[in-house]
Design a protein around this ligand. Structure first.
Ligand code: NAP
Length: 296
């Protein structure tokens, strides 16, 4: 068997197209422009690239982009004051504070200072609780992107056995909540899980979010399973730097029914879902119907 490729790049372009069409309608019919503010503290090179990409794609779909680049030594009180200003600004519907933050800043405190209705990353404690209890919430972008790909590929997920490897707050846990919300039977595995290969082999849907290059191998996958690779790892191979996932693509592609590649799988969905969340936040803030297919 050779797995079908789940093309996240193409699907993300489709999501951005839907977002752009809805944004155009909002402007035409209601004179509204969704606005996204991104706050970056410090000079982390990878974060700068992410923030630049976010800004470009935000403008491409017709939204307003507000970037706040602060020095690494920015005091906590100053960052909190900026968030208060952004929370109160009616032109801003989404606020994202790029993580990781420099170590002198308390990330939990900062994230929880964002108005939950504008928390387009879905990391505010109130959104985490709302997602867990099945209430309307802002959903973390990467797991939302994975869910969209799974629904598109499989249709209904009800009754399927899903294993999420990784229990981080930003990927593993919200991913498990979303799969549960779609009526999967969900297991969350982690570094202390016993018999990990056997646990993974039970999965109809296997999501790898471990941060370990090519850790999930073909012998850990049930024949025909759908494998979602969230990992982004830079490794050196054959004298060149390469981007690989948490899944060993070469061995898994021979066993799985479908697989997301790295690059070109989950990665492009994250920013597309950030834009979708900003649009959703703008619609909610203005009492307008939410765009279909862009939220859970
Ligand atoms: P993280 O916070 O480091 O969490 C990794 C999780 O994997 C932890 O729960 C850890 O278990 C578990 N783990 C580590 N080694 C393991 C092992 N040998 N066996 C089983 N479980 C193991 O990472 P993250 O932020 O969730 O990110 C995961 C991956 O997704 C990374 O490669 C990251 O770059 C990527 N990512 C991609 C996107 C995207 O846009 N595509 C977005 C976010 C993250 P313990 O809890 O027991 O330590």
């Amino acid at each position: 068997m050779t797995a079908t490729l789940i093309d996240g790049k193409a699907f993300a372009a489709k999501v951005r197209g839907l977002v752009a069409a809805h944004v155009a309608r909002l402007r035409e019919e209601h004179g509204l422009t969704p606005g996204l503010a991104v706050v970056l503290v410090g000079a982390d090179a990878a974060s700068h690239v992410y923030v630049r990409n976010k800004g470009t794609q935000t403008v491409e779909v017709g939204m307003a982009s507000f970037e706040h680049m602060l020095p690494a030594e920015t005091p906590e009180a100053e960052l909190l004051a900026l968030l208060e200003k952004l929370n109160a600004d009616p032109e801003i519907h989404g606020i994202l504070v790029q993580l990781p933050l420099p170590s002198h800043l308390n990330s939990d405190l900062i994230i929880n200072a964002i108005n939950p209705a504008k928390d387009v990353d879905g990391f505010h404690i109130s959104n985490v609780g709302r997602l867990a209890t099945g209430q309307e919430s802002m959903v973390p972008c990467t797991p939302l992107g994975c869910l969209m790909l799974l629904r598109d590929h499989l249709g209904s997920l009800a009754g399927m056995t899903a294993v999420v490897v990784g229990r981080s707050n930003i990927v593993g846990k919200p991913m498990a909540q979303l799969l549960l919300g779609d009526s999967c039977t969900v297991t969350i595995a982690h570094s202390r899980t016993r018999e990990l290969a056997a646990v993974c082999r039970g999965a109809d849907i296997l999501v790898a979010a471990v941060g370990q290059a090519e850790m999930i191998t073909g012998d850990m996958v049930k024949p025909g399973a759908t494998v979602i690779d969230v990992g982004i790892n830079r490794i050196e191979r054959g004298g060149k730097m390469r981007l690989v996932g948490d899944v060993d693509y070469a061995s898994v592609v021979a066993v799985a029914g479908a697989i997301t590649p790295v690059p070109g799988g989950v990665g492009p969905m994250t920013i597309a879902c950030l834009l979708a969340n900003t649009l959703t936040a703008c619609c909610r803030a203005n009492g307008l119907p939410e765009p279909e297919g862009l939220t859970v």
